[in-house]
Design a protein around this ligand. Structure first.
Ligand code: GDP
Ligand code: MG
Length: 364
């Protein structure tokens, strides 16, 4: 019916066209993208698809106020071939941060954590396993990572997964900083890695190229501080800013049901400030922020841009990569969540109802 109205043709004609394509549709049925394009074409129309993401950005996200913009910490993902030292690097950074005397230390694994350097500058690390999480989030339209650290073991070589990680980072438009790790090992040879990269048209800075690279050891911690410096230099060039005064927008990093606490959702706040008491929407779930905890397991009242937090108070577990929005009210959040749930159900039903031409042929 909606499509017929848009094209200004009788709805019976649209239904007839669908039937001739082997689909027996009701007047209120929603059609998938491919069918829409085919049916519209029959009537001489071309369909232009607008991503729901774009629509929602205007609908659900408040615009930034230029006067309120402040710089925010870069959000960094570590990628690389298995066993090249991703976890070791993340662990070293996490522990080094603890020894800088911050109370409590990072005790919780919440999928992300923020570290402060001695001079107060901050970096937020996404601590999700491998690049699967990175690609899964990107597939859902979430752009959470600002900079990618690609770890390559200097005693090994550029491996297939290294190349994949480079491709993913470049496809996402995220700048890369290379970490040549394990330089404490006797057979480490970072120049061999530089050479292999140059064979892929990736020239590192000390070879006159544009890519920053740093030799490190995650075992001894050698030059890890220099690596973080390079990440911060990259961040400076990106001029990352956010408006902390608007209603918060973020991305879901992970969500799970905790026996004692209910649904626990880790969110990376990307702009605005998330507060206890806020009405929230993520995927087809809504709720109200009952409590916020940081990576140290401490209760916090609010979380600003580039700050990861755990939220208690969602009605159900959203999916990694879902956008989180603070809404005017809980009821408004619930209405949108229910609408999305209904759409999902319809899509599920359509998948089972869709009859192919081939099947019709067999039936006749
Ligand atoms: P991941 O699979 O990329 O997360 O790699 P891991 O961090 O688990 O590291 C794989 C192995 O390499 C482990 O046995 C680490 O102890 C070791 N390793 C990681 N970084 C270093 C390093 O800088 N020096 C040395 N000697 N060993 C390292
Ligand atoms: Mg690992």
């Amino acid at each position: 019916n909606e499509l017929a109205n848009l094209m200004d043709v009788p709805v019976t004609k649209v239904i007839g066209t669908c039937m001739s394509l082997g689909m027996f549709v009701s007047i209120n049925q929603r059609l998938d993208a491919e069918t829409l394009a085919i049916v519209a074409d029959e009537f001489g129309y071309q369909i232009e698809f607008i991503k729901p993401e774009d629509e929602e950005t205007t609908e659900l996200e408040e615009a930034d106020n230029e006067d309120n913009l402040i710089s925010r910490a870069p959000i960094v993902t570590v990628m690389g071939h298995v066993d090249h030292g991703k976890t070791s690097l993340l662990d070293y950074v996490r522990k080094a941060n603890v020894t800088k005397g911050e109370a409590g230390g990072i005790t919780q694994h919440i999928g992300a954590y923020a570290v402060s350097l001695e001079d107060g500058r901050k970096i937020t690390f996404l601590d999700t396993p491998g690049h699967e999480a990175f690609t899964a989030m990107r597939a859902r339209g979430a752009k959470v990572t600002d900079i990618v650290i690609i770890v390559i073991a200097a005693d090994d070589a550029v491996m297939p997964q290294t190349k994949e990680a480079i491709n993913h980072a470049q496809a996402a438009g995220a700048p890369i900083v290379f970490a040549f790790t394990k330089v404490d090992k006797p057979h480490a040879n970072a120049d061999r890695i530089r050479e292999q990269l140059s064979a892929m048209n990736i020239l590192v800075e000390d070879w006159g190229g544009k890519f920053q690279a740093q030799e490190i050891s995650a075992k001894t911690g050698h030059n890890v501080d220099l690596l973080l410096e390079k990440v911060l230099l990259e961040a400076e060039m990106l001029e990352l800013t956010a408006d902390p005064k608007k209603r918060a927008v973020g991305s879901v990093i992970e969500a799970a049901l905790d026996k004692g606490r209910g649904i626990v959702t880790t969110v990376m706040v990307q702009s605005g400030t998330l507060r206890v008491g806020d009405a929230i929407l993520a995927g087809s779930h809504s709720g109200k922020v009952k409590a916020l905890t940081n990576e140290r397991g401490e209760r916090v009242k609010e979380a600003g841009p580039s700050v990861p937090v755990q939220i208690l108070g969602m009605s159900g577990a959203p999916t990694a990569g879902d956008k989180l929005y603070v809404m005017e009210s809980e009821s408004e959040a619930r209405v949108v969540a229910n609408k999305r749930l209904q759409l999902q159900r319809e899509q599920g039903m359509r998948a089972t109802k869709h009859i192919t031409l081939d099947e019709i042929g067999r039936r006749l």
